[in-house]
Design a protein around this ligand. Structure first.
Ligand SMILES: O=c1ccn([C@@H]2O[C@H](COP(=O)(O)O)[C@@H](O)[C@H]2O)c(=O)[nH]1
Length: 487
């Protein structure tokens, strides 16, 4: 029989073996805390690999021994850590306790099974720690029975705040691995592509840690809770989870998935040209912006083709209609006429010049269809009047209509609310102006310096010699500026 008390493999070998049995998975996973993570650790499979158990438990024991942790019994957090606790108990002759997840409705109705005395010390054993809440649930039940818990040991600390949260409750957490350590080993052995490494490292950065609170062992705590963090420093995917509007959630999610913050403004006048251009640039955009009233042969067939492409390439449709009339009129303009914009555009926009009535009118039509509206708070054209108090009042109108207003057309950050999108037109890589007062800034300036979320590019792409090459260049410039802002 294998000696269950030893570390048979080196730590690096153990990480590679755990990867081989798919205990480490990479993709997009929802954690218990509700956060989506590119990395997931699932040690449940370990029960099918008894040859690996001695190394896992060997390292758990080693860390406890190295830190000279003293305890009378140990208890695994149900269910994944139960086999780990059992092996530790048997190989080191330490009594074990079992915590039931639910009490029986017959017999003793106990939650903690096993023999112990009030005042006995208990070590909690866990496979992975994210926020620390699973350990705390077990600690709470142990404490109710009079047990003393001051230490927990875990195979993997994801470094997302669990360490600090536990220490605030008087529990010292000891870990064998941290997530960055695992990623580093897997990358070194060509098991993880650089792109995934980057994604994980971004995730770790975003989902921790006030730098001041990072402990010497690399674990740390979240700083402010995500809801309280200003929009410009939270990732698109994190904001997606904070947003209640379905269009904002969808847009932010697909931006992170497709790694693009590019909107192409397809200002062409023939329906077939628009459709052909959208099909070409679709893979590189988060949103396609239209001005349907410049299309000479607009028809519902055009709408069908456009909406099919939105599904094919996974983008949002934004009709840049710039409504600016009284509520009763915009209601009809939005729902009726030949364009029936509300039927197919996920997003439209409005000037606030008429006051909030324009929003009330649009909302009556848009809300039941789960549409979103952007308010024009600033413009890119020389001499425009959308500035100062007008911009401030526009933000106030948005704040009063968050069920429908999802953000702004603007030139720079005008609100810290993570639910509001900031979308900026007037973007080119080289030109600074056109002949009619349009002003341009670069994608980097928009995203990094002006802290906007999305760039809108029209002629820089649709009039380029090769629109696909241009779309890729703008996508790359916009997204790398976002990554730089997050780093
Ligand atoms: O302030 C604004 C508001 C909207 N736009 C629109 O964006 C595009 C920009 O096109 P380019 O060819 O990139 O100049 C266009 O559809 C405008 O109507 C804007 O430019 N500025």
């Amino acid at each position: 029989m294998a000696d269950l008390s030893t570390c048979e493999l080196s730590q690096e070998e153990l990480i590679l073996e755990l990867f081989k049995i798919e205990a480490f998975k990479f993709g997009n996973f929802k954690l218990k805390s509700g956060i989506f993570s590119p990395a997931y650790f699932d040690l449940r499979v370990i029960v099918s690999y008894p040859e690996l158990l001695p190394s896992v438990t060997g390292y758990l024991w080693k860390i406890v021994e190295d830190k000279n942790v003293q305890f009378d019994s140990l208890c695994g957090v149900p269910y994944t850590a139960l086999p780990l606790a059992t092996v530790l108990s048997v190989s080191h002759k330490k009594p074990m306790l079992i915590r039931r997840k639910e009490s029986k409705d017959y017999g003793t109705k106990k939650i903690i099974e096993g023999h112990f005395k009030p005042g006995d010390t208990c070590l909690v054993v866990e496979d992975v720690v994210t926020s620390g809440s699973s350990i705390l649930e077990t600690v709470e039940e142990l404490k109710k029975e009079g047990l003393v818990v001051t230490h927990a040991v875990v195979l993997l600390d994801r470094g997302q705040g669990g360490h600090k949260r536990l220490s605030d409750q008087g529990i010292t957490l000891h870990h064998v691995f941290t997530l960055p350590q695992v990623v580093e080993v897997l990358h070194k052995h060509n098991k993880l592509e650089a792109e995934m490494v980057e994604k994980i490292s971004l995730f770790i950065k975003e989902n921790r840690f006030d730098a001041k609170e990072i402990s010497s062992d690399g674990a740390g705590s979240f700083g402010l809770p995500p809801q309280k963090q200003p929009r410009k420093i939270i990732s698109y995917s994190e904001r997606a989870r904070l947003c209640s509007h379905p269009v904002t959630r969808k847009l932010l999610t697909l931006m992170e998935e497709k790694r693009t913050n590019l909107t192409v403004s397809v200002d062409l006048t023939a329906a077939a040209e628009v459709i052909s251009m959208v099909d070409k640039v679709g893979p590189y955009v988060c949103m396609i912006k239209t001005h349907v009233d410049i299309i000479e042969d607009f028809s519902q067939d055009f709408v069908r083709k456009l909406t099919d492409l939105a599904v094919k390439h996974n983008f949002i449709i934004f009709e840049d209609r710039k409504f600016a009339d009284i509520g009763n009129t915009v209601m009809q303009q939005y729902s009726g006429g030949m364009y029936r914009i509300a039927d197919w555009a996920n997003i439209t926009n409005a000037h606030t010049l008429p006051g909030s009535g324009v929003i009330q009118g649009l909302k009556q039509i848009g809300l039941p269809k789960e549409r979103g509206c952007l308010l024009i708070a600033e413009m890119s054209s020389s001499g425009n009047l959308c500035s100062g108090d007008y911009t401030k009042e526009t933000v106030k109108i948005a704040e009063g209509n968050k069920d429908f207003v999802i953000g702004f057309i603007c030139q720079s950050a005008i609100s810290d609310d993570p639910e509001f999108l900031h979308i900026t037109p007037g973007v080119q890589l080289s030109s600074r102006k056109d002949q009619m007062g349009q002003n341009y800034v670069t994608p980097r300036e928009v995203i990094l310096n002006h802290k906007s979320d999305v760039i809108i590019v029209g002629r820089g792409i649709i009039k380029a010699e090769d629109p696909v090459v241009a779309a890729k260049a703008y996508m790359e410039a916009g997204y790398s500026a976002y990554m730089e802002r997050m780093s």
